[in-house]
Design a protein around this ligand. Sequence first.
Ligand code: C2G
Length: 133
Amino acid sequence: MRRVLTYGTFDLLHWGHIRLLMRAKALGDYLIVGASTDEFAVEQKRARRPYHRFGTRCDMLEAVRYVDLVIEESSWEQKVRDVQRYHVDTVVMGANWQGSPRFEHLREHCELVYLPRTPGISTSKIRRDMLAD
Ligand code: C2G
């Protein structure tokens, strides 16, 4: 069984997120999603906290047909441990992370795949568009 792992905040879950999860699942048989805690989301984006709290974002991810397990993402350092603990074959991230030292070191432990982002949609665009209405 090929096990795939991806990370994200997945706030205001949208089509770009769903397409990422769909394509990540297609790379294996079991998809694990590391969802950022509210604190980690603020720390790594240096922005306001997510609209949906961590618990809600986890519940929404668990309702997505491609997702088999949701785990907490609370630090950058946890990723090697996650790969080992969950026997992950492939880590998948959107191409905005391409070449990032936050992920490149994982190549020593598993396959690393970057997928093209879905153009024209993002959580921040949704926020902006809602304000403009
Ligand atoms: N994504 C995408 N297309 C979009 C928007 C997002 O493919 N239009 C992808 C991102 O590239 C990411 C995933 O969906 O792989 C989740 O996106 P975010 O919630 O914005 O997460 P991000 O801030 O990229 O990850 O360890 C990483 C952190 O959790 C933050």
